[in-house]
Design a protein around this ligand. Structure first.
Ligand code: PLP
Length: 387
């Protein structure tokens, strides 16, 4: 939308022009059903297999280990539910700050007495407590899946996938990571990580919505979650979202090629915003103490004030899009389970600003002007304080 400032890139990102271009071409020219054996079908199939190669190259895994889905939610549901159904998983260890598509899936499996559900403690910085994970794994020999996200979507904290993978290996536990927020923003080499399953979603890295993928390590033989067709080598029934898949591959290719440049730009925006926010008294941040964090996410605790309850609305009216929690709660502006778990801002208002390479420092200046207008007392207090 014209003239708005979009700072909700952890919820979703605008599609890049090069992605729109390849998708438009495909919409015009690629119409065969990839399952048809004639030339039109084969041409569509080739496009899908090329896209699969792009994803496999990015992750450094085999093309046979990548399956296209409708996005992160479907990938995570498939991995978790099928591990319980097909791999004999009886216990799942996760964390309290997973995305709802993981958390609610686990809660429903536990409610139906299908699994023992345990949650690992968090460190004060928002990372998982690695020693507690070891302790939990050591408590039982039953078949266990560890499901821990890579980058948290609300506070940007990054867990150490290599370390978690090694801990899982010691106890022969399976390891699934929701990598939806970090795909396209970090390099992955799956030959170096002990990961059995991961998930990705195109709309988080400037691709289209409604398309994603899951990685399933070759030796983990789960059966399909969606049935009724032989697509995706019998793993996911339904005619493939070919335009989405083509867009996903292009977006991932661009993200990989421009990763350093984009991260540098986004990181500079985050740093500048943190500095500027220093003029509002009692502002604090979530996730900044972690060893590694996503450049794109800045979770800000604003002090309680007569404006704080409606802060998001005030920003929205001023043409600024941000969110109060994860994407699914950003519309309704309900409290966040992540911030509650950290217990970092009782009474105040936490806003997640999230950036992309399409943002600028000038936009942050505009946001700051609005925030200063909403917190005039806080600013004068700071000035008094620094005299
Ligand atoms: N996992 C994480 C960490 C997310 O941030 C999201 C999206 O908000 C999802 C999963 C769900 O992905 P999708 O929107 O593709 O279903």
């Amino acid at each position: 939308m014209a003239n708005r400032i979009y700072l909700d890139n952890a919820a979703t990102t605008p599609i890049c022009d090069d992605v729109i271009e390849v998708m438009s071409q495909a919409l015009k020219n690629v119409y065969g059903n990839p399952s048809s054996i004639h030339a039109d079908g084969r041409s569509a199939r080739t496009q899908i297999e090329n896209a699969r190669k792009t994803v496999a190259n990015y992750l450094n895994c085999s093309i046979g280990e990548i399956f296209f889905t409708s996005g992160g939610t479907e990938s995570n549901n498939t991995i978790i539910k099928c591990s319980v159904r097909d791999l004999g998983v009886e216990r799942i260890i996760s964390s309290p700050i997973e995305h709802h598509c993981v958390l609610h899936t686990l809660e429903s499996l536990a409610k139906g007495k299908r699994i023992i559900f345990q949650q690992v403690k968090l460190q004060d910085n928002g990372e998982i407590d690695y020693d507690h994970l070891k302790e939990l794994l050591g408590q039982s020999d039953i078949k266990t899946l560890v499901s821990l996200m890579h980058a948290n979507n609300e506070i940007g904290v990054i867990n150490d996938l290599k370390r978690i993978g090694e801990i899982c290996k010691e106890d022969s536990a399976l390891f699934h990571s929701d990598t939806v927020q970090s795909i396209g923003y970090r390099k992955f080499d799956l030959t170096e990580l002990n990961i059995d399953f991961l998930s990705g979603s195109a709309h988080k890295f400037h691709g289209p919505k409604g398309v994603g993928f899951m990685y399933k390590r070759g030796e983990q033989h789960i059966k399909p979650y969606m049935e009724g067709g032989a697509q995706e080598r019998n793993m996911r029934a339904g005619t493939e979202n070919i335009y989405g898949i083509i867009g996903l591959a292009k977006a991932l290719e661009s993200a990989a090629e421009n990763m350093e440049e984009r991260i540098a730009k986004i990181g500079a925006i985050k740093k500048y915003f943190i500095e500027q926010l220093g003029c509002i008294a009692k502002v604090s941040f979530n996730g900044l103490e972690a060893k590694e964090q996503m450049e794109k996410v800045l979770s800000v605790n604003f002090p309680e004030s007569d404006k704080s309850a409606m802060l998001l609305l005030h920003l929205d009216i001023a043409g600024i899009s941000a969110s109060g929690g994860s994407a699914c709660s950003s519309g309704s502006d309900v409290g966040s389970h992540v911030i509650s778990s950290l217990n970092n801002n009782p009474g105040g208002k936490t806003i997640r600003f999230s950036f992309s390479h399409k943002n600028s420092l000038e936009e942050i200046d505009v946001v700051m002007e609005k925030l200063k207008a909403l917190y005039p007392n806080a600013i004068s207090q700071t000035l008094e304080h620094t005299k």
